[in-house]
Design a binder for this molecule. Structure first.
Ligand code: 8U8
Length: 598
């Protein structure tokens, strides 16, 4: 039995919710209905649980034609891809990556360097005019992904010139926009060291002045090498290797010692395309929570690192075993992404053939939903040993959210831990609710169904319910809350505690993303405005506004849900329920499909 004491009435430390990001490749996926559906679902993580998206090769979407030193650009496809991210409330972590129609040839030639600078200026001016200067200031700009791997083809000097051109191009629009790099793949690679040295004391190849500015330093460290076998990720190793970079900077480039650090590909394992069935179970959710917590403890608390952002590169489209947030059921095979990748621009922008597909939320997204509810203050707690982790947080309005995980660096480990949680609360009346991810969840249910390649609509509806964190009950508390819990290995639990408040705000519908489900039937992904306090949502539908209503799902933390809808329409009721049972409702009418076809 482990006893955990948390003083939720006591002092707290600021908690930078630095993990709210994801990535994928290639950017052209954003032009497909499958990626729109993915973003619609991911956008429902509460508390802006996934705020930043980092797609590769976005600039492959720009069409260019070059006549000597004159280049003209057609931005149509890039605009559409950017709009898709922004429409669903995401902010780009914009990699300046890709070669518009292949017109840039050499970044060791001054001409191309200056043309690239001008291109970056035109690009960023376009973003500012389309999305507003204040919004673009909240984005990040980054260099080419992993320039220490073969997808960068212009050598070390070429990369430094490239960075200088990017910085000069951005500065010409607004020196207040954030830019950094190098996003290197290999621990302490020569490219990493050369880049840092250049930003410390080099000379800009564009301006001839001192070193280019550097607003953040990004590197990639993952848990274990790419392999088809089930290699066990070494979670601690990620922080240890990141610390080598931090120590190097502190020792050799003290001028840059306070630049924020980013690991924007912090995945359990290299190889998004490889299939490991643990990607579909709560093992991965617990591991993600553990890796994030290790960063907080070892890098932020112990080493004083200004840790800016951590991202799992799991926004790809794939199946249960892939490193993705959703399981995709459909006939397309997604293989394009990395070094073999060049966009065939002639194939883009044509009317999409109607795609039939369905998506089921996996634990890597469910845990992002849970973590999105954590507050911006971190509370103190009593030590808990090695496998258990606690992230106790408080919101500025007094709500408390505590994440508990049980995770070890061993894929096949199982067991359980009895925990006695003893929480001191500020005076007042509280309600609480507990949610959990443990076991094999939707994947386990799919296996029990006989692992159908094409589940029926009913089966998919069941899997979607099981994709959400399970509601484990709740109750009331007054001054002190004591709970006895069994935390399975692996598992993640989220305890939400809220003081008395009014009814939740109305879950007003924000978007309804139409798609053709796997079986050819209509599906709508419905997103609504999140309630201000903690709320859980339920959906019910009926063929006529008068009912009778059938429940679709209940107690979901996210503010998005997928619903099967008949072609001739139906009525959907979304209920937001506070932890103490107060409700507010929104009715949404799915129109007959004939009236919404463009
Ligand atoms: C360390 C390393 C060696 C290598 O040969 O190839 C790599 C490729 C390595 C690290 C990362 C890498 O590609 C990145 O990681 C991918 C992955 O599948 O894990 C993708 O997630 C990324 O898009 C890519 O940048």
């Amino acid at each position: 039995m482990t006893s955990i004491q948390i003083d939720a009435a006591g002092p707290s430390k600021p908690f930078k919710r630095f993990w709210r990001a994801s990535g994928f490749s290639p950017g052209e996926l954003l032009l497909t209905p499958e990626m729109r559906a993915t973003l619609a679902i991911v956008s429902g993580a509460p508390g802006h649980g996934v705020e930043f998206l980092r797609p590769h090769f976005m600039l492959e979407l720009v069409r260019a034609s070059r006549h000597g030193q004159r280049i003209t650009y057609d931005w149509t496809l890039l605009d559409k891809a950017m709009d898709t991210m922004v429409e669903f409330g995401f902010r780009p972590f914009f990699e300046i990556m890709g070669n518009p129609s292949g017109v840039f040839t050499c970044f060791t030639e001054k001409d191309d360097i200056l043309l690239w600078r001008d291109f970056v200026t035109a690009l960023v001016e376009r973003f500012v005019s389309r999305y507003g200067a204040e919004e673009v200031k909240k984005w990040y700009f980054e260099t080419w992904n992993e320039p220490d791997l073969p997808w960068w083809q212009h050598g070390e000097r070429g990369f430094l010139n490239y960075y200088d051109a990017c910085v000069a191009g951005i500065d010409a629009v607004d020196p207040g926009l954030r830019i950094g790099g190098p996003g290197t793949a290999r621990t302490m690679s020569d490219m990493f060291k050369a880049f840092i040295a250049h930003c410390d004391s080099g000379v800009s190849a564009v301006s001839g002045d001192g070193p280019p500015r550097l607003d953040f330093i990004s590197i990639h460290e993952k848990g274990v090498q790419q392999h088809l076998e089930e290699l066990t990720p070494d979670s601690l190793g990620i922080c240890q290797r990141e610390m080598l970079a931090v120590e190097h900077i502190r020792q050799h480039h003290p001028r840059l010692a306070h630049v924020p650090i980013v690991n924007n590909e912090c995945d359990p394992q290299v190889g998004w395309r490889d299939t490991h069935s643990w990607n579909a179970t709560s093992y991965v959710a617990a591991l993600m929570a553990r890796i994030i917590d290790q960063h907080q403890k070892l890098m932020v608390d112990d080493a004083g690192v200004d840790y800016e952002l951590l991202a799992n590169d799991n926004g790809f489209i794939g199946t249960w075993g892939h490193r993705t947030q959703l399981a995709y059921f459909g006939s397309k095979v997604y293989t394009k992404a990395q070094h073999e990748f060049v966009t065939d621009q002639s194939a883009l922008g044509t009317e999409p053939v109607e795609s039939r597909f369905s998506m089921v939320k996996k634990p890597s997204q469910a845990v992002m939903d849970m973590m999105g509810l954590l507050g911006e203050e971190r509370l103190a707690y009593s030590p808990v040993g090695d496998r258990l982790g606690v992230i106790p947080t408080r919101h500025s309005d007094g709500r408390i959210a505590i994440l508990l995980y049980n995770s070890v660096d061993r894929i096949r480990a199982s067991g359980e831990e009895a925990v006695h949680l003893d929480l001191a609360l500020p005076p007042g009346q509280y309600s609480y609710a507990l949610h959990a991810l443990s076991g094999d969840l939707a994947f386990g249910a799919w296996e029990s169904m006989g692992a159908p390649a094409e589940p029926s609509d009913e089966q998919l509806a069941r899997l979607r319910v099981l994709g959400e964190p399970l509601a484990m009950g709740g109750g009331r508390a007054d001054g002190r809350l004591q709970l006895d819990l069994i935390l399975e290995l692996p598992s993640v639990h989220l305890l939400l505690i809220a003081p008395k408040s009014g009814a939740p705000t109305r879950p007003e519908v924000r978007f309804a993303e139409e798609c053709r489900g796997l079986n050819g039937h209509r599906q709508v992904i419905l997103g609504w405005a999140p309630a201000e306090g903690f709320a859980r949502y339920s959906l019910a539908k009926a063929t006529s506004p008068a009912g009778p209503f059938t429940p679709v799902s209940s107690h979901i933390l996210a503010h998005v849900a997928q619903v099967d809808v008949p072609d001739d329409g139906c009525t959907i009721v979304i209920t937001a329920e506070s932890l103490d049972g107060q409700r507010s409702q929104e009715t949404w009418q799915a129109l007959p499909i004939s009236s919404i076809k463009r």
